[in-house]
Design a protein around this ligand. Structure first.
Ligand code: SF4
Length: 233
């Protein structure tokens, strides 16, 4: 039976809007508070940042090599995986002009939605039911000057903050940034993740323990399940 033929969706604002898509795949969620859950990943092409340690360099430029899909086609493809948890990622998922409408369309269609975002573009029009995982850039990324504190006012206890840490200097910077912006009060989960292959998890764990702060260690578990450079997992 072709499941996609049976799928009836609520009307979508982005039904006929085209998006530049890097890949859509079904895998184990490797990050955040829902790590370990089956999830469909929608990777949008294009990002306004160039983090030193970016692990998706193939998704940074909008280009015609990647597929262009309408909102309806994306929804149909996602539905074929029979999984109601989706994550919008990239690249930067809010980089494309109509991404917010696409994300809201998925919320309206009953999906549990997470967004892995660098937080540069405003969260103002995002449906608050979508879980924002805001990746605040430490100096080691060389992108910290683009962090956008204006978006902190849109965070709720439903959302999560993430700091990818390269070294002790990044760790100390992140702790100070959290305190200066009162971020432990704004969200329930603050994640620190080591730059894969550059900082040993045991070292980050020791710094977290010494700090006595409610920081949660995050390892990208998909990089331990599969070979670290494997795409589509
Ligand atoms: S924001 Fe994310 S996708 Fe963009 S360069 Fe940085 S790590 Fe890569």
């Amino acid at each position: 039976m072709n499941n996609t033929l049976l799928f009836v969706y609520k009307s979508m604002k982005t039904e006929n809007t085209k998006f530049n898509i890097s890949e859509i795949f079904y895998s184990i969620q490797g990050e955040g508070s829902r790590a370990g859950m089956p999830c469909v990943f929608i990777r949008l092409q294009g990002c306004n940042f160039r983090c030193d340690w970016c692990d998706t360099p193939y998704a940074l430029e909008s280009n015609d090599d990647a597929e262009w899909m309408t909102g309806a086609q994306i929804l149909e493809k996602v539905n074929s995986f029979e999984c109601d948890f989706v994550e919008f990622t990239g690249g930067e998922p809010l980089f494309q002009k109509d991404s917010v409408d696409l994300i809201n369309d998925f919320v309206d269609n009953g999906f549990l939605v997470a967004i892995e975002t660098n937080g540069y573009h405003t969260f103002e029009n995002l449906n608050s039911a979508a879980v924002k995982i805001m990746d605040i850039k430490c100096p080691g990324s060389r992108m910290q000057r683009f962090n956008n504190p204006d978006n902190f006012k849109y965070l709720t206890q439903n959302d999560e903050l993430k700091f990818v840490v390269l070294n002790k200097s990044d760790f100390d910077w992140a702790v100070n940034y959290i305190k200066e912006n009162d971020l432990f009060a704004k969200v329930s989960i603050v994640l620190f993740s080591p730059v894969f292959g550059k900082l040993e998890p045991v070292q980050l764990s020791e710094w977290i323990l010494e700090s006595h702060l409610p920081i949660r260690l995050q390892l990208q578990i998909h990089k331990f399940i599969w070979e670290p450079n494997t795409r589509g997992v």
